[in-house]
Design a protein around this ligand. Structure first.
Ligand code: ATP
Length: 234
């Protein structure tokens, strides 16, 4: 059964028609990538799902419940977590405080991600616990941003370009983190490069000019250089 259904959504910035009928679906347990060049509409799709830039037309269903039209904070409380492209680490708060401030347990759910567990599984964050979040490197901030979203026990994690601006060695660590999370959480992430996507997602959708122009299993897309060149190469 689909955990997330995005049905023909149209999203605008003022008069600018950014998403022109985007549809996609995620089954519970899947890891799916949204690919596309700069400005294709990847961030807007995640923001539309999350209710930050609500679609004017179309529907978003989460666990068969309509969430489009709800305010973002209510969507978050239903179990969706967004890690935005700019990470939004709270300046002036320590790593520990950044994590604590996001702790939330949905009624009826047993809390699985606690501060202790995060520090246990990501010792790097434990070592940085008392540092101001703003002083962290880009890679450390990305780890913190993902860990922070886990503190709200998401059933669906939305990650906007988790690798942006990061060195290859850090990208590898983010990939490993994604693989671990994928064992227990459903994930939709965006990327501009096909390589990371093919390694860490089972399926991919390709966006261009606010429309889904292609969808494929990762293993099929890997060998489809024509599609890659057409929609993804710069
Ligand atoms: P990127 O990799 O650059 O983040 P993207 O695929 O995530 O690209 P979006 O950021 O979703 O693309 O942008 C989709 C379209 O909406 C683009 O044409 C972009 O210029 C426009 N857009 C995005 N944010 C805004 C905004 N705040 N105001 C006006 N237009 C916007």
């Amino acid at each position: 059964m689909s955990l997330l259904q995005v049905k023909d959504i149209h999203t605008y910035y003022g008069d600018s028609h950014a998403l022109q009928g985007v549809s996609l679906q995620l089954q519970a347990g899947e890891t799916v990538c949204l690919l596309g060049r700069n400005g294709a509409g990847k961030s807007t799709t995640l923001r539309s799902i999350m209710g930050l830039t609500p679609p004017r037309r179309g529907q978003v269903l989460f666990d068969n419940q309509r969430i489009s039209g709800l305010p973002a904070w209510r969507i978050a409380r239903l179990g969706l977590g967004l890690v935005p492209e700019d990470r939004r680490i709270f300046r002036g708060l320590t790593v520990r405080e950044n994590l604590q401030i996001s702790a939330y347990r949905r009624p009826g759910s047993t809390r699985t991600w606690t501060l202790e567990r995060i520090f246990d599984e990501y010792p790097m964050l434990a070592e940085l616990a008392n540092q101001d979040g703003a002083t962290l490197s880009g890679g450390q901030q990305q780890m913190l941003a993902v860990a922070r979203s886990l503190m709200s026990q998401p059933r669906l994690l939305l990650l906007d370009e988790p690798n942006e601006g990061l060195a290859p060695v850090i990208v590898q660590q983010i990939g490993a983190l994604l693989d671990t999370l994928a064992q227990t959480t459903t994930i939709l992430f965006t990327d501009q490069s096909v390589h990371f996507a093919l390694r860490h997602a089972q399926r991919a959708y390709i966006l261009e000019k606010g429309r889904v122009v292609h969808q494929a299993e990762s293993r099929d897309l890997a060998g489809d250089t024509e599609t890659q060149q057409r929609y993804l190469s710069v």
